[in-house]
Design a protein around this ligand. Structure first.
Ligand SMILES: [Zn+2]
Length: 476
C-alpha cells in the first residue's frame, strides 16, 4: 500500500499488517525498519483525529528527547493519494512483554524476581514523570500499552495517540481508560457521559498518579488489585464455587474505587483480600504510607497522591531493604517468614486442581471489553536510549561514602604501612564498612571495601610481627 507524507513523499507500507486493532492496523514501512505506520480503518474516524494528531506530530522532537525515546509518539502524518489524512508514522518499539504479564498469578513464563520488578517500576515512574514534566498526562494507563524490554527492564509507552494531549490552549482528551485504572473522581463525574462529552475535567496528572499507584501495588502484591476482594465465607472452596474466590473481575473494582473501599486499608465485614496476595504489613511503613496517600487520602484529595519521583525514591530504598528467602526477595520487617512464600502456600493449599488454578489466573486478567476500545499494540525496535538519572536517596549517598572510605583505608593498609600501623588503618576501614552495611547502600564498593580492609589488617599484623621480630633479633 502506498501512502504519502506531508511533503508528498511516497512510502510503501508492507502488507499484510503486523497488527490489526479496533481502530486500525499497524504496518512496517519499506526502507524504514525503525518506524511503523498506523492506518485508521475508518475514514470518518481518521478525520476526527486529524487535528489532534497534527498537534502531537508538531511536538514529536521535544517529546522524544524529553522522554528519552521511550514513547511511540506520532512523528509524521500520513495521507492517501487524495491527500486525505489516514494515519501516522511512529517509532517502532521492539519491547514485547507487557506490564500485565507480571500481574498474573500463578506467574506466567515471563516473570521477574522482586528486585527486577522494582527496577521495572522505577523505570515506569521515570517514564510517567517525563511525560508530566512536559505538561502532558497519559490518561489511559492500560498495562497492555506499557511494554517491558526483557534485557534492560525499561518500560516503553505505546498507543500515545490516545493520550490526553494539551497543546497551547487546545486540549485533546483521552477517550478510553482500562477498567481498574480509572481514578474515583473520573468515575464520579463521568456517570452518564463518555470521556469525550463529560462536562467536567477528566484525565489529569493526579489521575495518572492514581493509575501509577495501582500498577505499583499490583507489582508488589502478586498482581492483586488494591480494590479487589473475595467473600471471606468462601474459605471452604470447591471447584463449583471457585468463582467466588477470585479477585473481583476488574470492572467491578471500579465500584470499590468509586466508594474508596480498599480491603488493604479498611475492614469490610464478609470480605477479604485475595488469598494469593500478601497483606499490607508485608511492605515497610514508608511504602505503606505512600499507598495510603494514593488510595485513602487521595480519594477526597487527588493532590495528596504521591508523584512519580516520590515512588522512585521509596522503591529504590525498598530494593535495598530486601532479603532473600531462597525463592525470591522479600522484605523481612519484623517477621521471619517470607510473605510471598506464605501466599503461595495459601494459594496451593486452597486450589484443588490445576484447572482451577488456570481459571483463577484467567479471571485475574483485566477484562478489556468494558466500556473500552481495545488499543492498538505497536510492535517495534530499540530506539537509542539516553541514560536515566534516577533520584538517589540520601541514605544511598551516605552509605556509598562510607563504603568507599573503607575501600580507600583498606588499600592504604595494603600498601604496607610501617610498624604494623596498617592494622589500625585496616581496622578503621572495616568499621567504616560495617557502618555502610547499616545503610541502604548495596553497591560494589561494599564487598570490595570489606575484602580489602580485612586483607589490610592481615598485612598490617604481618608487618607488625616482622617489626617486633626484628627488634627482638636486634636486641639479642
Ligand atoms: Zn519467599
Amino acid at each position: 500500500m502506498l501512502v504519502y507524507t506531508s511533503n508528498g513523499n511516497a512510502l510503501e507500507l508492507i502488507e499484510p499488517s503486523i497488527k490489526q486493532g479496533g481502530e486500525g492496523a499497524i504496518y512496517r514501512i519499506k526502507n524504514y525498519p525503525n518506524r511503523v505506520a498506523k492506518v485508521y480503518s475508518d475514514s470518518n474516524d481518521a478525520r476526527k483525529r486529524e487535528s489532534k494528531l497534527a498537534a502531537q506530530v508538531s511536538v514529536y522532537g521535544n517529546v522524544n528527547s524529553a522522554t528519552g525515546g521511550v514513547t511511540a509518539w506520532p512523528m509524521g502524518m500520513l495521507y492517501n493519494n487524495k491527500r486525505e489524512f489516514i494515519g501516522f508514522g511512529m517509532p517502532c518499539i521492539t519491547a514485547r512483554q507487557e506490564l500485565d504479564d507480571l500481574y498474573a498469578y500463578p506467574p506466567k513464563n515471563f516473570n521477574l524476581d522482586l528486585k527486577d520488578k522494582i527496577t521495572c517500576l522505577v523505570n515506569l515512574c521515570e517514564s510517567v514523570k517525563r511525560i508530566h514534566d512536559i505538561g502532558q498526562c497519559i490518561g489511559d494507563m492500560n498495562p497492555n500499552n506499557m511494554k517491558i524490554d526483557e534485557k534492560s527492564l525499561r518500560v516503553y509507552l505505546v498507543d500515545c495517540d490516545s493520550y490526553n494531549f494539551n497543546h497551547g490552549n487546545q486540549s485533546f482528551r483521552c477517550l478510553v481508560c482500562a477498567p481498574g485504572y480509572v481514578a474515583p473522581e473520573i468515575i464520579k463525574v463521568c456517570k452518564g457521559y463518555t470521556y469525550e462529552d463529560c462536562p467536567s475535567t477528566t484525565f489529569t496528572e493526579n489521575t495518572d498518579n492514581f493509575s501509577l499507584a495501582i500498577h505499583i501495588f499490583r507489582m508488589l502484591f502478586n498482581g492483586a488489585h488494591p480494590y479487589s476482594r473475595r467473600q471471606a465465607a468462601s474459605n471452604n472452596i470447591t471447584n463449583s464455587n471457585l468463582s467466588s474466590v477470585n479477585s473481583m473481575p476488574v470492572p467491578n473494582c471500579d465500584r470499590s474505587v468509586e466508594k474508596g473501599e480498599s480491603l488493604y486499608f479498611q475492614k469490610i465485614t464478609g470480605y477479604d483480600i485475595p488469598i494469593w496476595s500478601p497483606d499490607i504489613t508485608s511492605i515497610p511503613e514508608y511504602l505503606r504510607s505512600l499507598f495510603e496517600r494514593a488510595f485513602i487520602k487521595g480519594y477526597l484529595n487527588p493532590n495528596a497522591r504521591p508523584k512519580p519521583e516520590e515512588w522512585i525514591a521509596a522503591l529504590k530504598m525498598y530494593a535495598n531493604d530486601l532479603s532473600y528467602c531462597g525463592q525470591d526477595y522479600y522484605w523481612k520487617g519484623n517477621k521471619d517468614s517470607c510473605p510471598y512464600c506464605e501466599a503461595r502456600k495459601r494459594f496451593l493449599g486452597y486450589i484443588p486442581t490445576q484447572k482451577a488454578q488456570q481459571q483463577i489466573t484467567a479471571s485475574m486478567v483485566p477484562v478489556t471489553t468494558y466500556n473500552y476500545v481495545s488499543p492498538m499494540k505497536a510492535p517495534a525496535y530499540s530506539p537509542s536510549y539516553t541514560t536515566y538519572n534516577h533520584v538517589q536517596t540520601p541514605v544511598d549517598r551516605a552509605g556509598r561514602t562510607k563504603a568507599i572510605t573503607s575501600l580507600v583505608l583498606g588499600l592504604l593498609a595494603l600498601n604496607g604501612l610501617p610498624y604494623g600501623v596498617g592494622v589500625l588503618v585496616g581496622g578503621a576501614g572495616l568499621i567504616c564498612n560495617l557502618l555502610a552495611r547499616k545503610t541502604n547502600y548495596r553497591g560494589k564498593a561494599l564487598s570490595a571495601g570489606l575484602v580489602v580492609s580485612i586483607l589490610g589488617i592481615i598485612y598490617g599484623v604481618f608487618l607488625g610481627a616482622i617489626t617486633i621480630y626484628s627488634l627482638i633479633q636486634y636486641q639479642n
